[in-house]
Design a protein around this ligand. Sequence first.
Ligand code: ADP
Ligand code: MG
Length: 364
Amino acid sequence: MAKRSSTPSILRPHAETAFAAELKALINQDKGVKPTGWNLSPRAVVDYLLGETLADGTEISPKYFGDRRLIEVAVASLVTDRALLLVGVPGTAKTWVSEHLAAAISGDSTLLVQGTAGMSEDALRYGWNYARLLAEGPSEAAMVPSPVMTGMQAGKIVRLEELTRIPSDVQDALITILSEKILPIPELNKEVQAVRGFNIIATANDRDKGVNELSSALRRRFNTVVLPLPATLEEEVRIVTDRSSAAAAGMELPPVKKDVAAEITRLVTIFRELRNGRTEDGRTQVKMPSSTLSTAEAISVVNQSRALTHHFGSGSGLEPEFLAASLTGAIVKDRGQDEPVWREYLDVVVRNRKGWEDLWEVLK
Ligand SMILES: Nc1ncnc2c1ncn2[C@@H]1O[C@H](COP(=O)(O)OP(=O)(O)O)[C@@H](O)[C@H]1O
Ligand SMILES: [Mg+2]
């Protein structure tokens, strides 16, 4: 049998592992007041998310690109007794921000519940190890705590993904947890009292609105922060460039260099125009496809076309031919509906745009 390497290479380390050095430097140099149970002061948490140069010269890389005030509001909500709800269209970094907030505040982003339609209350409260339950009856040893219960006991941030996909009656299990900060365990005639530092960061997609609306009782327990799509072309290009550079190492691709800047700008322009239903100069109306043309999707297109270029093309950079292939795949999700929209856009916009002749050649 082949000998296994003793340290397998992890595909995607948790934020607190990937950014352990930054977090350590922030903790060491944090002059602010830390809320009980927090690893960092609120200001240092915001610095971790938005990037900063520390007094000793340590560079904290930006994780989120956007409005500083938005992240300040998010962090401040977590200091209060309200939970945080991040909403926005898909691909606006809700999951990304919640992971980094948990890593910065609790040093642990792993307490995670993924909301689904078929979820039961156990996933928010606790379940049982049935073999032990049958053998010994209900006991603490027979309990299987949910991440929420673990977070309450340890005083840590718990992440709840896609809150509005959870059936309403199951969502309501959160009301007692968030208002009383306790989790009753009637079978043992006991309760878990949340330790300071516990709070919940939930995410919900705008597109899912109406699937399972939050009850007003639950909504009151959350402060809502809306994460917007990037306001300008430059901003979005910056996000896509930064995120695909970071992804390059993970995918064992060459680093992103200047030579891909032009292609990224063209890609993001196309995404924004199709998403907004008009060209960037505002002069031409275009039809919108059914596909979700998010920033996250643009990052995937860059990654995919760079992988194609690296393995099947010239090697480095991003060739228009491969960009075209990945782009079409991302935009045409529903052939009947999206293909005519995409063709019309190519015909009306791409064909006539100065400097885009090479892209038109490969796309037509
Ligand atoms: N404003 C932004 N700043 C930094 N990264 C962003 C931004 N918008 C999108 N991203 C990137 O998009 C990717 C997908 O985001 P994700 O958190 O999964 O979206 P959501 O949960 O909102 O659907 C992440 O890898 C993130 O880095
Ligand atoms: Mg998400």
